[in-house]
Every structure is written in structure tokens, then in C-alpha cells.
Design a protein around this ligand. Structure first.
Ligand SMILES: Nc1nc2c(c(=O)[nH]1)N[C@H]1C(S)=C(S)[C@@H](COP(=O)(O)OP(=O)(O)OC[C@H]3O[C@@H](n4cnc5c(=O)[nH]c(N)nc54)[C@H](O)[C@@H]3O)O[C@H]1N2
Ligand SMILES: Nc1nc2c(c(=O)[nH]1)N[C@H]1C(S)=C(S)[C@@H](COP(=O)(O)OP(=O)(O)OC[C@H]3O[C@@H](n4cnc5c(=O)[nH]c(N)nc54)[C@H](O)[C@@H]3O)O[C@H]1N2
Ligand code: SF4
Ligand SMILES: [Mo]
Length: 715
């Protein structure tokens, strides 16, 4: 790769594989393209189609270049000074009239570590509010809460390079082909070619699943039952790793007692995976010299998501996988900084470096390092969906939003619109006008793209890497500048006096020292090639493999947590007989506020559709041109459909990147992680009848499309 000073090394702004990229600029300082960074960690210079066009967003014609303020219902351009003044005044007024907790912050897992840290600090010191949460609440929190309970840390334990050497690879609820398109499909393929057994647990199989793999077409929402049954079966076959259980864990007796009733036959009745296969898979996992279990959102974005992950972890512990090099159970993190974004205090229950906001010692350390009285730190606040619900009740009136887009990605969008309509003061920081900003913002501050600001991110594996700044920010101010300027106006400027990412990073290293997620030994230089945390000193090599000697709990032991079957709060019935499950297309990223603007991506995935099993399509009498009407208790959507023979016939799969999807989902939450059950919504499906049909009025205009029609049945 040329290093003539015009290539800046960075990482793709989209998914958590964080493929390394070289950003090419011309002598005038404009971004002109992207080149391979062959030496980049994990992915070695490879990118998918999204990654290869990511640079196009930076100087895109749709970029917001000036702040907007809402006047007479319309967003109009204004100066930076006026926008910042109005933004700060609005929050100050709400705080003075109604109290600190009446302002809230919603943020995101695409932010760099530095910005995630600043956002959490800003909420606590500038607003003084308890209510700060982020869009990772829709993503990693079930996996995170289960890992914290079981192991005492929230990070993947084994590097993904081990996948290709495994003898058994179990993939639970991961759409590898679309969501992890680089590196992982190859690693699984290499393992397969070496003779490894690949076990996929999913109601829908992607291109990465091949003939000869063990494809378990599980009934959605029943993963917990499958893993309870596998644990019980490992015991029945005498395959428990009894030494490991005795030496390295606690809580086994209760966990196995809860699992024993789940015989293979009972598992079959609940999950549709036949009893013989349950016995066989249990033996395969328990006897493999090297076994890797990988899980993504399929089993996690459920109202029993935490339990589902705990039941997988219990099986892994019973087989002695965690901490055994070459084996383990890893969560596949999703967003660009899905890992770092959940470490640095932008969550309602968290302080920086994985510290707990409820822990007196953690509070004391952070207050001391921030130079503020410990009593001034707010306590635990509300989670994302709860913040929106509080807005609906006018308990929250001011909202600062950075790097999230609730009008696509939150569940039950009709309710969300009504809730956010109640807010008095909404400030959105985003590089592009989002659906959320368009409808709800009082003030929009142009945000920064990945190429315009330096910072670190923490990869899917837990490696801290650096993104360098390639070009000056198009809107002239960076996100860090915005935070500094708002803080100054709110009277706390001295705590936010940062201009460059590396200055923030230095403070973070100091704040993290001695904490659960210790970054103190990771220098800006070392972050070029990446260092795995924990890294407590500059001569420490970092920790790629966790838990080889001890787990992160004080006694060094992992916890089995007894898991009991939890069912979805609302199951399918005669009125809503299908399960709607939702997910991704290779070409689009999340709410699409970036990728939908890039022609190459938009051409590949121009709009929403649902997939049906061909048998169901035949039963409904569908032609390829027909559209279908999907109805749930929450709302109704009309979309094109496509056949997918690798989908369970009782399940409908829908792309989530457009409003048509979350119009249907419900805001029921997992009681522990507070993640919504995005992967399980009972729906009815029918063909949209031809012209003359009652519904034709709902057919064409897209703004009508997602409004509940006459078919809606109140819950
Ligand atoms: N192209 C692209 N890639 C992305 C993203 C993107 O938006 N676009 N987003 C990134 C982010 S933030 C994330 S979180 C990841 C998500 O990565 P994934 O979780 O792999 O992605 P999803 O498409 O949500 O697919 C989840 C899988 O779970 C399956 N599933 C549904 N219900 C169940 C169930 O009850 N049990 C089981 N076992 N499986 C079930 C679905 O069929 C699907 O295969 O992707 C990341 N990568
Ligand atoms: N039905 C259903 N719903 C889902 C999911 C599902 O599988 N099914 N998946 C969920 C998951 S896993 C996730 S992660 C969430 C994602 O939820 P969203 O919050 O919608 O995520 P994004 O689309 O990334 O929105 C991020 C916004 O931040 C902006 N942005 C990006 N980077 C920066 C930055 O550095 N600075 C600033 N200021 N702005 C930035 C983007 O332009 C975009 O408008 O959605 C969830 N919703
Ligand atoms: S979207 Fe993910 S797989 Fe594609 S280039 Fe970016 S980081 Fe790599
Ligand atoms: Mo995610």
C-alpha cells in the first residue's frame, strides 16, 4: 500500500468486524477513494460491498452542513452559535423547571470509545440526569448481561481466528452471510474442509450453511429449551467435565436440576428438533477436542434473551469450554463499536470502563478521577424503550440524541411516534437528516462521519484499534467540538475541554486503571495494530484469550445460573398464526441512514420485503408480483414478498431496515436486559387483493402504509 502521506488508516464505519481500510485523499484534502489495508487486524484488508463504498458518505450531497432549527413546524438553517445556544438553553430551562431527570440522552454503538465516554460523562455532569441509554440496548445487552453474570466481564472470550481450527462450530441465531460477510464465512469453511462439524441453530438458513452441516431448524423463541435439553443430555451420557465444574465453577447443582426435566423428547415437542439429533449434538459438543459456540441476535433479541444466552453458557461450562484455548463461547457483537460502546458509560446502569453505577466503590473511583463529589453522580436510570415511554407520559421532556434513529429501529413504531411527539426539546446530532430528526427534532446539529474525527473503537474480539482522521469535518465542527461547546454553555466546560480524540483517550486510560475493562496500558501508538483489553500496563501484551486461569469474579470462578423456561409473553394463535422474525440484508446497515444514500447499496436492496416459505405462498395463492399484508397486534404493513425454501413454514422473515418492520413488533422487554423481542412477533399474513379490494386505499402512499388500518386488533 502506498504511504505517500495521502492514505489514512481507519476502520469501516459499519459492522463490528471493523475491516481495516485506507482512506485516500488528494492534495486539496478531499477524500477521493479507498485502498486496501492489507495488514489490518482480523480481516487483512478484505471488505464487503458496504465497506468498499463507505467513503462515499463523507462528502455526500445529503450531508448536513449547517445546523437546523424548527420554526413554524419546519427545519430551517441557522448559525452554529444560535443552534448551540438554543440547544443548551432548552435543556437548562427544562432542568430548572422540572428537575435534572426530565432531560435524557440516547446515544449509539457506532460512536468511537471517546464519544461514548463523553456522552455518558455529559449526561451525568452537564444534565445531571440518570436517564442515558443507547441503541446497543436493542443489540448486545442480553449477551452482555449473561456474560457478566456468568464470567464477570462483558467481552468475547476467544479470538475468532480459533474458529477455523475448531472440531465443532455451533452457530446460534447468526445470519453469517449477510451480517458477518467477511472473514467468518471463510473461517467456518476452512474448519468444514478440515472435517469439522458445523451446527447451525436457526429458523432460516443463509448461504453460509452447506449440505452436510447439521442444520437445526429451531422453532423461534425456544433456544433456551434446546440448550437446557443439551445440558441434561450431556449429564445423562456421562460426558460432564466434572473436574472443570468442581475446580472452576459454582452453582452447577441448581443449574442441572433445572435442566434435568428437559428430556430429548420434551425438547423435540417444543423446538421441533428431533430427540435423536438432540442426543447426537450433545455428544458432539461434549466430546469435541476444540468446540466454538458463536451466538448473535437470533436467540438474544427475545423477551427471554438473557436466559437463552445463560442456557448456552451453562452447556459450555458443563463441557469445560470457557478458558480452554481453541474452545469457548463467543457473542458476535454487531455495531461498529458495539463492544466499546457498551463499556464506556453511555448505559443507564454503567460508569466508564465497565464499572457499575450502583456500586459505591466504582462510584467513588470515577467521581474522584472526574474531580466531582460522589453525591453529585446520578444513580441508575431508565433504558431506551422506557425513556421513550416516559416521554409519552411527559416524565421526560428534553432529549439529546446522538447516533441513533428510533423511528426505524425501535419496536412498536406507532407508539414510538406518539411518545416522541410529546417531547418539548429534542436535539439530534447526526451527519444526515434521519427519520427521527425530521419528525421530532427541535434542533439538528450536523454530526461527524468516521473519516472526519480520530478515535478508537473496540472490535468484536475485544481489540482496541484506532481510526485516524482523514479529512476535516464537512460541517466544520466535530462531534467532540459539539459536546465541548454544549458543556461550556451548561457551565461544566472544564470537564469537557477536549479537541482531539487522543486527549479524551488519555483521560479514559487513567479513569479505567484498575477497573474491570482496563485500558491503561494501551497507548495511542499501540492502538494502531490493536491491543486486547484488559491491558493494565504499557509493557503488558494485552489479553486475546480470556479466562485461561481464572474468571473475572472475585473468587475466580464462573457462575452457572439456573435457567427456567420462559415463553414469549404473547404466542401465536388462530388470529396471528405466524411468527415474524426480522434481520438484515447484506447491502444495508441498520436504519440505513448512511447506506440508503449510497447508490450501489440502494440498488442492491431498494426496499423492504418479507420472505415466506414457498408452500405458504402457494396456500395464499401468491404470484411473484403480489404484495402481502402483515398484521400484528401493533400495526400493519404492506410489502412485496419473496420465496425462501430454507425458512420454516410457520415463520415470516422480514428485513428490518425500513419502517414497515418495526411497525409490527412489540415493546415487550426481557426483564433483565430490557432488550425488545425483535425476533418473535405473532402476525397474520394475507395477499393484498387487487384493485377494488377494501385495502386498496392503503396500498400506495408509503406514509399511509404504516398507519394501522381497519384490520388492526387492539391488544
Ligand atoms: N449487512 C449488515 N450487516 C450487519 C448489520 C446490518 O445492519 N447490515 N448490523 C450489524 C449489527 S448491529 C448486528 S447486531 C449484527 C446482527 O447479526 P445477526 O444476529 O447475525 O443478524 P440478523 O439478520 O438479525 O439475524 C439473526 C439470525 O437469527 C435468526 N433467528 C431468528 N429468530 C431466531 C430464534 O428464535 N432462534 C435462533 N436460534 N435464531 C433465530 C434469523 O433467522 C437470522 O439468521 O449484524 C451486524 N452486521
Ligand atoms: N426489528 C428489528 N429491529 C432492530 C433490530 C432487528 O434485528 N430487528 N436490530 C437492532 C440492532 S441490533 C441495533 S444495533 C439497532 C440500531 O439502531 P439505530 O439507532 O437505528 O442505528 P443506526 O442506523 O446505526 O443509527 C445511527 C444513526 O447515527 C448516525 N451516526 C453514525 N455514526 C455517527 C457518528 O459518529 N456521529 C453521529 N453524530 N452520528 C452518527 C447515523 O447517520 C444514523 O442516523 O437497531 C435495532 N432494531
Ligand atoms: S460492513 Fe462489516 S464486513 Fe463489510 S467492510 Fe464493513 S466491517 Fe467489513
Ligand atoms: Mo446491533
Amino acid at each position: 500500500m502506498s504511504t505517500d502521506g495521502r492514505v489514512t488508516l481507519s476502520h469501516c464505519p459499519y459492522c463490528a468486524l471493523n475491516c481495516g481500510v485506507g482512506l485516500e485523499t488528494d492534495p486539496a484534502g478531499r477524500l477521493v477513494g479507498q485502498v486496501r489495508w492489507k495488514g489490518s487486524p482480523l480481516t487483512g484488508g478484505a471488505v464487503c460491498s458496504k465497506g468498499s463504498t463507505a467513503w462515499e458518505q463523507v462528502q455526500h450531497r445529503d450531508r448536513l452542513t449547517a445546523p437546523l432549527v424548527r420554526r413554524d413546524g419546519r427545519l430551517v438553517e441557522t448559525s452554529w452559535d444560535e443552534a448551540l445556544d438554543l440547544a443548551a438553553e432548552g435543556f437548562a430551562r427544562i432542568k430548572a423547571e422540572h428537575g435534572a431527570d426530565v432531560n435524557a440522552v440516547l446515544s449509539g454503538g457506532s460512536l468511537t470509545n471517546e464519544k461514548a465516554y463523553l456522552v455518558g460523562k455529559f449526561a451525568r455532569l452537564a444534565f445531571g440526569t440518570r436517564h442515558v441509554d443507547y441503541n446497543g440496548r436493542f443489540c448486545m445487552v442480553s449477551a452482555g448481561s449473561a456474560n457478566l453474570q456468568a464470567f464477570g466481564l462483558d467481552r468475547s472470550m476467544t479470538p475468532l481466528s480459533e474458529v477455523e481450527r475448531a472440531d465443532v462450530v455451533v452457530v446460534v441465531g447468526a445470519n453469517v452471510s449477510d451480517a458477518y460477510p467477511v472473514m467468518l464465512p471463510n473461517a467456518i469453511n476452512r474448519a468444514r474442509q478440515r472435517g469439522a462439524r458445523i451446527i447451525a441453530v436457526d429458523p432460516r438458513f443463509g448461504r453460509w450453511v452447506k449440505d452436510g452441516d447439521t442444520a437445526l431448524a429451531i422453532r423461534p423463541g425456544t433456544d433456551g429449551v434446546l440448550f437446557l435439553g443439551l445440558l441434561a443430555e450431556v449429564e445423562r451420557q456421562g460426558l460432564l467435565d466434572v473436574d472443570y465444574i468442581a475446580e472452576r465453577t459454582v452453582g452447577f447443582a441448581e443449574a442441572i436440576a433445572a435442566a434435568r426435566p428437559w428430556t430429548p423428547e420434551r425438547v423435540e415437542a417444543e423446538t421441533d428438533i428431533d430427540a435423536a439429533t438432540v442426543r447426537d449434538v450433545a455428544r458432539a459438543i461434549a466430546t469435541a477436542p476444540r468446540c466454538m459456540i458463536l451466538h448473535a441476535r437470533g436467540a438474544e433479541q427475545q423477551t427471554m434473551g438473557t436466559n437463552n444466552v445463560l442456557s448456552m453458557i451453562n452447556l459450555a461450562l458443563a463441557c469445560g469450554l470457557p478458558g480452554r484455548p481453541g474452545s469457548g463461547i463467543d457473542m458476535l457483537t454487531g455495531q461498529r463499536n458495539g463492544q466499546g460502546g457498551r463499556e464506556w458509560g453511555q448505559r443507564c446502569n454503567q460508569l466508564p470502563a465497565g464499572r457499575s453505577i450502583a456500586d459505591p466503590e466504582h462510584r467513588r473511583v470515577v467521581a474522584e478521577r472526574w474531580g466531582v463529589p460522589v453525591e453529585s453522580l446520578p444513580g441508575v436510570g431508565a433504558t431506551y424503550v422506557e425513556i421513550l415511554q416516559m416521554a409519552g407520559r411527559r416524565e421526560i421532556r428534553g432529549l439529546l440524541s446522538i447516533s441513533n434513529n428510533w423511528r426505524i429501529s425501535a419496536p412498536d413504531l406507532h407508539a414510538v411516534d406518539r411518545q416522541a411527539d410529546e417531547l418539548d426539546h429534542v436535539v439530534v446530532i447526526d451527519p444526515f437528516l434521519s427519520e427521527s430528526a425530521e419528525r421530532h427534532a427541535t434542533i439538528v446539529l450536523p454530526g461527524t462521519t468516521f473519516a472526519e474525527e480520530e478515535g478508537t473503537i473496540t472490535t468484536i474480539e475485544g481489540r482496541v484499534v484506532r481510526c485516524d482522521q482523514a479529512v476535516a469535518p464537512v460541517p466544520r465542527r466535530s462531534d467532540i467540538d459539539i459536546v465541548r461547546n454544549l458543556a461550556r454553555r451548561l457551565g461544566v466546560g472544564e470537564h469537557f475541554d477536549f479537541v482531539r480524540g487522543r486527549e479524551v483517550f488519555d483521560e479514559m486510560r487513567r479513569v479505567s486503571a484498575g477497573g474491570p475493562n482496563d485500558y491503561s496500558g494501551i497507548t495511542w501508538d499501540r492502538a494502531r495494530d490493536g491491543v486486547f483489553w484488559p491491558c493494565p500496563s504499557e509493557d503488558h501484551p494485552g489479553t486475546p484469550q480470556l479466562y485461561t486461569d481464572r474468571f473475572a469474579h472475585a473468587d475466580g470462578r464462573a457462575r452457572f445460573v439456573a435457567v427456567h423456561r420462559l415463553s414469549p409473553p404473547v404466542d401465536v394463535d388462530r388470529q396471528y398464526p405466524f411468527v415474524l422474525t426480522t434481520g438484515r440484508h447484506l447491502a444495508q446497515y441498520l436504519s440505513g441512514n448512511q447506506t440508503k444514500r449510497i447508490d450501489a447499496q440502494q440498488r442492491k436492496a431498494p426496499g423492504p420485503y418479507a420472505e415466506l416459505h414457498p408452500e405458504i405462498a402457494t396456500e395464499l395463492g401468491l404470484t411473484p408480483e403480489d404484495r402481502i399484508v402483515l398484521t400484528s397486534r401493533q400495526g400493519r404493513s404492506v410489502v412485496p414478498w419473496r420465496p425462501n425454501p430454507s425458512l420454516r413454514p410457520d415463520t415470516v422473515f422480514m428485513l428490518y431496515h425500513w419502517r414497515e418492520c418495526n411497525t409490527l413488533t412489540s415493546a415487550d422487554l426481557d426483564p433483565t436486559s430490557k432488550i425488545p423481542g425483535f425476533k418473535f412477533t405473532p402476525v397474520a399474513v394475507r395477499r393484498l387483493a387487487a384493485v377494488g379490494d377494501d385495502d386498496v386505499a392503503n396500498e400506495v402512499p408509503s406514509d399511509v402504509n404504516d398507519r394501522p388500518g381497519p384490520l388492526e386488533v387492539p391488544s
